[in-house]
Design a binder for this molecule. Sequence first.
Ligand SMILES: [Zn+2]
Length: 489
Amino acid sequence: MPRRPWLLCLAALLGAGAPALARPGGPELAYEVRVDPALSRLEVRVCCAGWRPRRLLLEDEGALALLEPLAAATGEASLRPHAEGGLEPVGLGPGRACVAYALDLERLSGGRRTREAQRVGQDLLVRPGLVLLRPALWPANLEATVRFDLPPGLEAAVPWPCLDRARRLYRLDAFALRLDARIALGRFALWTSMHHGRPVRLALLDQPCAFTRAGLERWVLAATGAVATLYGGLPPPEVLVLVRPAPARAPPVLFGQASRAGGEMVQALLAAAAPDEALPGEWVLVHELLHLCTPWTVAEDAWFQEGFVTYYQEVLRARAGLISAGAAWANLLDGFRRGAGAGTGRVLGEESRLMARTHAYWRVYWSGAALALAIDAQWRKQSGGRVGLDDAMRLWNRRHGRLTRPHRALDLLAEAERELGVTGGTQAAAAALAADAFPDPGPVLAWLGVVPSGPHRASLVPAPGAAVRDAIMRAPGGSGNRYEQDANR
Ligand SMILES: [Zn+2]
């Protein structure tokens, strides 16, 4: 496609070639991102072809206020406030056209916006939707790319599919800039290694820490191995793990967050003083990786999204031999006890819907985990051990593993029961959602033969469901993990 003179002029002004566009014909959008060596200023040129966006947004009005249009410098389309919010490009050409702008990163990462744009040592951690203007309407067939043009020594860690590693060219989808995620820019260590059949990209941001890269590798290997006991491998095609050390010694992982905005990633806040050996087998990374394999659900179904993942963070660590089956049961009992003593007195459906506001996390997470256990045990009992919650998790991952739209948890349960020929789970969950009491795990624990035997201890005793109990914590196809003997003492 011949370039228009004004595009050549713009390219010359910015000192760069035309941005790479993936496929001529359909609507295209290409971002080029530049930063200075001190990471104080970010410049973006965004070009469209085959269509014209009418309104461009940043995910934060405060960030938008810091945006400095560069139209005067480039002679290209300008940006002005749009009546409905965001910015309106003015003067875009009929074929391909660009707008350019700059953001003051010092101001963006300073002040009140500490969670979504912050410095980690000399590095920058930022929500991409805060720096890349996105079209308010994203055409269904839009081919969008972003390329980072960085000074020597600087790296970009992003969760998006890579089209050209050397050019730092990535593909963006409709969720990449809209949903919450983080990218890192700076001089951090960034490397890729294979874990259970998939590349995991690790970025260790700039802060002193006791753990090493080798320790991080063993941590990821242990967590991905636990997830692989359920899925047979690591389902996402690639995962980015952003590690941020923070001044603390324990627990080894202070915080984790999974994101699937345009690609799978986990952010983890690690205790800087944690030694390598404290990392493998901890629960947070297993939990976050499981989120990346679980269908996207509506926010009010946090009981399902968090609860089922919380149940499996214990089960899968036992299956992988990272903790004993007895420890996994003890952790579940502890959680049920904490969950039953927490909350605001609302019915579970409401508690789940309002969780972000009320912070009733224990009640929601552990209610969901208690339901997961009850449903797992019921399906296994009904089917004579042929079907369990594992089968539903794998079914959901196969059918709904890619991000398309948020699902409703009761629909997912109904779908699994239809496909797997089991019953009762949807009904049990619906009843729990309408109840203000914690879903009582007593009956199922008694049937399984799991009884509390002191603080952080569970005893496994003879019971009608003992075989189901042992099967839950045993890796499929294996004769059990290396701690099985301990668990049965
Ligand atoms: Zn979670």
